[in-house]
Design a protein around this ligand. Structure first.
Ligand code: AMP
Length: 120
C-alpha cells in the first residue's frame, strides 16, 4: 500500500498539544496514552512520534533508532498490562477498519480477550 500522511489526524493533534491525553509513557520517538474508549480494563495506544500511517509504513520507512525505541516502549506498556498477558492489535486501511490514520498499537489486558477475529 502507498500512504499519504494527514497532519490533521487526531493523534498528530495530540502530539502538538492541541488535544489532551492521559500519557502513560513518553520516550524520544514514542508516546503511549490511554484509549479514550477502552475496550478492556487496560487499553493503551502506543504511537511513534514520526508521521507514519500504518504498521507497514512504519516498518518500511522508520529509522533503526525509531524502530527500537518504539518496540522497547511498547514492551514497557505490555508490562503495565499485568501478569495475565495482553493482546496487541493494529488496524490498517479500510479492511482493517482503521479510524485514525497515524500508526498505533493497541495494547489490551485485564480480561480474557476472546477469539482473535469475529465475523463482520
Ligand atoms: P483504530 O480503529 O485502530 O484506528 O483505533 C483508533 C482508536 O483511537 C480507537 O480505539 C479510539 O477510541 C481511539 N481514540 C480516538 N480519539 C482518541 C483520543 N482523543 N484519545 C485517545 N484515544 C482516542
Amino acid at each position: 500500500m502507498t500512504y499519504s500522511y494527514d497532519p490533521a489526524n487526531i493523534f498528530a493533534r495530540i502530539m502538538r498539544g492541541e488535544i489532551p491525553n492521559k500519557t502513560v509513557l513518553e520516550t524520544a520517538h514514542t508516546l503511549a496514552f490511554h484509549d479514550i474508549h477502552p475496550q478492556a480494563p487496560f487499553h493503551v495506544l502506543v504511537i511513534p512520534k514520526g508521521a507514519y500511517v500504518t504498521f507497514d509504513d512504519f516498518a518500511r520507512r522508520a529509522s533503526a533508532e525509531e524502530l527500537v525505541d518504539f518496540h522497547r516502549a511498547a514492551a514497557r506498556v505490555c508490562d503495565m498490562a499485568g501478569e495475565g498477558g495482553y493482546r496487541c492489535i493494529t488496524n490498517a486501511g479500510m479492511h482493517g477498519m482503521q479510524e485514525v490514520p497515524h500508526y498505533h498499537l493497541h495494547i489490551l489486558g485485564g480480561r480474557i480477550m476472546g477469539r482473535l477475529v469475529e465475523q463482520a
